[in-house]
Each structure stands twice: as structure tokens, then as C-alpha cells.
Design a protein around this ligand. Structure first.
Ligand code: SAH
Ligand code: ZN
Ligand code: ZN
Ligand code: ZN
Ligand code: ZN
Length: 513
């Protein structure tokens, strides 16, 4: 996970009833694509459609799968757009230029050279985020270079590297010690021997540290992540640069084979996939990707174990529960609060400003996943799972219903448990925050229809914003063209004012409907 984590701070603002299929952008996966998707520097692009008040606009377009900010990748192409040979060639050249300067093999070779160096010669450039070999020193002479990089530091690249902070595309939120150790300690208890880490660099390194230390663990790990900087610290068999929104391996077939071999080793026994994706991204492309990884694992299974599932931990905020279960009905959500080092807001328990909304979704029977009693988690024999301290079993719902760790209350009119801050509203006919405005709008999120947040805090808003901007820009370009062709008296200023006014009116109509 990553991306705009900060919007979560506002999630306390709660919606209630859903508004499905409202405005925003959706990804479409054509069952029988006529043509393969065009490529951007991040692999195959995704096909998007703009949705306006539940209706799909007819013209679809391709945009980058990984970047939710046009500044990071400005790829845009209408689905039916035909490009000239010259533009295709320019695009190909651009895609090549955007690739990292060193190949995966070159990185591995550099790493081997680096660890041979005596300690005082092992330097790291903070500015370029790069391990330096003696030949590089001159070039980085005026940069902030640190020396004496120890074996210990090499083993913990997530501490050496500066977490990426680009809020939209790739903000890296690293697990706090508490969470990372919890995850690592679960593995042997569950009989797991291999972990496919998808976007979990800190978990990857802790597993490797334990395996190389004197502890009994010899669990293997393979990291798939889009952050190129990790190539410097691992050989080809433990890190592949990968895009989890389109299942793209940046180093081609060789890397894909590394992943396949890893999943299928030991007839696929003892492996788990653990992923913590940026949740500014869209759930569906992630689900499509995870299904591809699961299929890869499944290919290596014998006939008689065809009923088995690849164990998965998908780490994501609790308000995505229904969305995730749409794609993975067998997954359940654990009460465990996942927390992060570099996120002051979301610390476990009551010490952080807010309780972390991030949870683990898994297909492993929850009764097998013991949550730490020192933190107050306890076993509910009726639900057959571990729940948080204040999550009480509701005899009417017959389950421990709290999602956020607070005690929820049962509403007999709604026939379900609701957040403690809600009261039943007889005008709306359901529970809501006391200060909600009755009737309009029907709350929930305008963009994704989820119930737990508003448009302003929607995890998909950045995706939509970017795409809407892209569409607008494209349209502007077109308008400019037609304008040059037809001479109009109206000044641009005037046009944009009336357009703004119209837009405001439309929005007003929508809100009052
Ligand atoms: N909590 C995790 C880190 C999660 S941050 C840990 O401590 O190990 C999200 C991670 O996903 C980052 O490492 C980021 O580089 C990676 N990531 C972001 N976008 C990605 C993409 N499109 N494909 C693959 N990995 C991506
Ligand atoms: Zn891109
Ligand atoms: Zn219970
Ligand atoms: Zn209840
Ligand atoms: Zn109610």
C-alpha cells in the first residue's frame, strides 16, 4: 500500500447509504481485446472509461496503470485513436529513455563488487540514492555521501533508502517493527517456508535477516516491487522490478521465470503471497494481477490438489472489505491493526493520533491466526477468530461486528450494528452521523460508491482526477484546433466563465436531486 495515505485522516467523516455507479473513472477489462494495450514506460496501459452519474461515456482511453499523477507519466490515448508511424517511434524512444540506466544483471554485478570492498570504501550517495563503486566517487564528489556501509545496513535497504514520498504515485509506508515482526513470526506457525513479497520491501528484508541470522528460520523471500532502487541490494533471484497494476515484469521473461519458479517450488507447498499495495490505486486491476499470480502458482499444482488455494495476505484499509470480497469471496478481514513507521497518524492502539484503518485480508482460516493478547486481542469462540479488545459479539448479528476497533452498537431498525457515533435517522430511514443533512445527497462516496467515506477522501479520487485532467487537456487541444479553424468573436475568457457557471449549475442540480 502507499499513495495518498493522508486522506485517511479525514475518514472519520462517515457516510452511510451507498450511491453506486456515480461519477469517476473505471477501468475496463475487455474480455476479447481487439488490440493489445499500448505501452508506456510502466508496461501495458489500462483502458479507462469515464463514468458520469452512473452512465459510461462512450469514448474510452488508455492511461498509465501505475501513475496516478500526470507529472509521473502523462500517457494518454483514445481507444480508437490511430497514431502515425512517427509518433509511435517517438513513443517507443521515450519508453526506452525512461528505463533505469543499468540492467538488472549490471546491478547484480555491481552489488557483488560492492560487498567485496573494504568497509571504508563502501559508500552510499544520499542524493542519488545509490551505492557507489570507487569509479563513481568522482561524479558524486559534491553530493552528500556516507561511508562505512556495513553488512547490517546492506541487509536493511528500506532503512538506508529514503522512502518515496510522491503522495499520488508511490508513497512508501514502511511497516512498524511491531507489525513486521508480527508478520514474520506468523510464518513458521502457519507452516510457511516461502514468501512472495509484492510491494513489501521491509517484510522481505526482515525475512532474509532472520534466515541469515542464527535463528532457526530458513524462510525464503522474493520481492516484487516497482522501486528500481532495490535492484542495487539484491541478486536476480530475490528481487524483480514489477508493476502490480498490470503484472508487468520490467526485466522480461527471465524475471517472470524467477517468479514462476519461486511459486512452483516444492510443488507449490508452503508459499504465501503478501502484498501491501498503494491504495490510491484501483482495486480491480490489483485483483486481476493477483489472480494471475495465483494462476501461475496453480499451474505447478498436481491434479489432486486442485481444490487448494494459494495463501494470501492482502493488506488494505478496512473500508475496502466489500470491494475486495467482490473479487475474492473466500477472503476474510482480520481485526489486526497494521501500522507504519513513517506515518505519524496511524499508530496502533490509542497512542497514535488515529487508530490505523489498515487490516489484513486473507484466505487462511482466521482461527489459525493468533493475534497478540498483549495488545488486547482475544479469541471469540462463536466467530472462531481473534478480535480486538472492544469488538463485542453481537447476539443479533451473530458476529463481532466492529470494523474499526471501537465498540459498535446494534440498531434494531437497520437490523445491523453501526458505528458508535451514528444514530438512527427516521427521515433517512437509516443510521447516520447526528449532523448529517437529511435526504440529499444520499451520502456514501460520489466516486466509488463506498459507504465509509466521502468524495474528498476517496482512495480513487487521485486516479479520477488525473484521468479527468487528461481528458480535459485532450479536449482543450481539440478545442484549440477547431478554434483556429473557425473564427469566433467570443473571447476565451468569456467562454471559460460561462462554462464554469454551467458546471456549477450542473453540480447544484446533481446535489439537489
Ligand atoms: N509496508 C510495506 C511497504 C508498502 S509501501 C513494507 O514495509 O514493506 C508500497 C510499496 O509498493 C512500496 O514499496 C512501493 O515501491 C510499491 N509499489 C508502488 N506502486 C507499485 C506498483 N505499481 N507495482 C509494484 N510495486 C509498487
Ligand atoms: Zn506509465
Ligand atoms: Zn464473535
Ligand atoms: Zn448487531
Ligand atoms: Zn439505524
Amino acid at each position: 500500500m502507499a499513495a495518498p495515505r493522508d486522506w485517511l485522516g479525514a475518514v472519520e467523516e462517515e457516510g452511510n447509504s451507498g450511491l453506486q455507479g456515480s461519477s469517476g473513472v473505471e477501468v475496463v477489462f475487455p474480455s476479447d481485446p481487439a488490440t493489445p494495450a499500448p505501452l508506456c514506460p510502466h508496461g501495458p496501459t489500462l483502458l479507462f472509461v469515464k463514468v458520469n452519474q452512473g452512465k459510461e461515456e462512450s469514448r474510452r482511453f488508455y492511461a498509465c496503470s501505475a501513475c496516478r499523477d500526470r507529472k509521473d507519466c502523462n500517457f494518454f490515448q483514445w481507444e480508437d485513436e490511430k497514431l502515425s508511424e512517427a509518433r509511435l517511434a517517438a513513443r517507443e524512444a521515450h519508453n526506452r529513455r525512461c528505463q533505469p540506466p543499468l540492467s538488472r544483471t549490471q546491478c547484480a554485478e555491481r552489488y557483488l563488487k560492492f560487498i567485496e570492498l573494504p568497509l571504508p570504501e563502501r559508500k552510499f550517495c544520499q542524493r542519488c540514492q545509490q551505492l557507489l563503486l570507487p569509479d563513481d566517487w568522482e561524479k558524486h564528489r559534491e553530493h552528500w555521501v556516507v561511508g562505512n556501509i556495513s553488512v547490517g545496513q546492506l541487509g536493511r535497504p528500506s532503512q538506508l533508502l529514503r522512502p518515496l514520498e510522491n503522495k499520488k504515485t508511490n508513497a512508501q509506508y514502511l511497516f512498524a517493527e511491531r507489525t513486521c515482526h508480527f508478520l514474520v513470526d506468523l510464518l513458521p506457525a502457519l507452516g510457511l517456508t516461502r514468501v512472495l513479497c509484492v510491494g513489501t520491501p521491509r517484510l522481505h528484508e526482515l525475512i532474509r535477516l532472520k534466515a541469515s541470522g542464527d535463528e532457526k528460520s530458513n524462510i525464503k523471500s522474493l520481492l516484487l516491487d516497482i522501486d528500481f532502487r532495490y535492484s542495487q541490494f539484491y541478486m536476480e533471484d530475490s528481487f524483480c522490478r514489477y508493476n502490480m497494476f498490470n503484472h508487468h515484469f520490467f526485466d522480461g521473461k527471465a524475471a517472470l521465470e524467477v517468479c514462476r519458479t519461486f511459486l512452483q517450488e516444492d510443488k507449490g507447498e508452503g508459499v504465501i503471497m503478501v502484498t501491501d499495495p498503494p491504495f490510491g490505486g484501483l482495486v480491480e486491476p490489483l485483483a486481476v494481477t493477483f489472480k494471475k499470480l495465483i494462476a501461475m502458482w496453480k499451474e505447478g499444482q498436481s491434479q489432486d490438489s486442485s481444490h487448494k488455494e494459494l495463501p494470501v495476505f492482502w493488506i488494505f484499509p478496512y473500508f475496502f472489505e466489500s470491494r475486495i470480497r467482490q473479487f475474492f469471496p473466500s477472503f476474510c478481514m482480520l481485526d489486526y491493526q497494521v501500522d507504519y513507521d513513517n506515518h505519524a497518524l496511524y499508530k496502533h492502539g490509542k497512542t497514535g493520533r488515529k487508530q490505523s484503518p489498515v487490516r489484513i485480508f486473507t484466505n487462511i482460516p482466521p482461527s489459525k491466526i493468533i493475534l497478540p493478547s498483549e495488545e488486547g486481542y482475544r479469541f471469540c469462540p462463536l466467530c472462531q477468530r481473534y478480535v480486538s479488545l472492544e469488538n463485542q459479539h453481537c447476539e443479533h448479528c451473530n458476529s463481532c461486528t466492529s470494523k474499526d476497533g471501537r465498540k459498535w452498537n446494534h440498531c434494531f431498525l437497520c437490523k445491523k450494528c453501526v458505528k458508535p457515533s451514528w444514530i438512527h435517522c427516521s427521515i433517512c430511514g437509516h443510521c447516520a452521523l447526528p449532523d448529517h443533512s437529511c435526504g440529499a445527497p444520499k451520502d456514501g462516496c460520489f466516486i466509488c460508491g463506498e459507504l465509509d467515506h466521502k468524495r474528498s477522501t476517496c482512495p480513487q479520487i487521485t486516479a479520477s482526477k488525473k484521468v479527468i485532467k487528461a481528458v480535459r487537456k485532450q479536449k482543450q487541444r481539440k478545442r484549440k484546433k477547431t478554434k483556429m479553424e473557425t473564427v469566433k468573436e467570443q473571447s476565451m475568457n468569456h467562454t471559460s466563465v460561462t462554462r464554469k457557471k454551467k458546471r456549477r449549475e450542473r453540480a447544484h442540480q446533481y446535489l439537489c436531486s
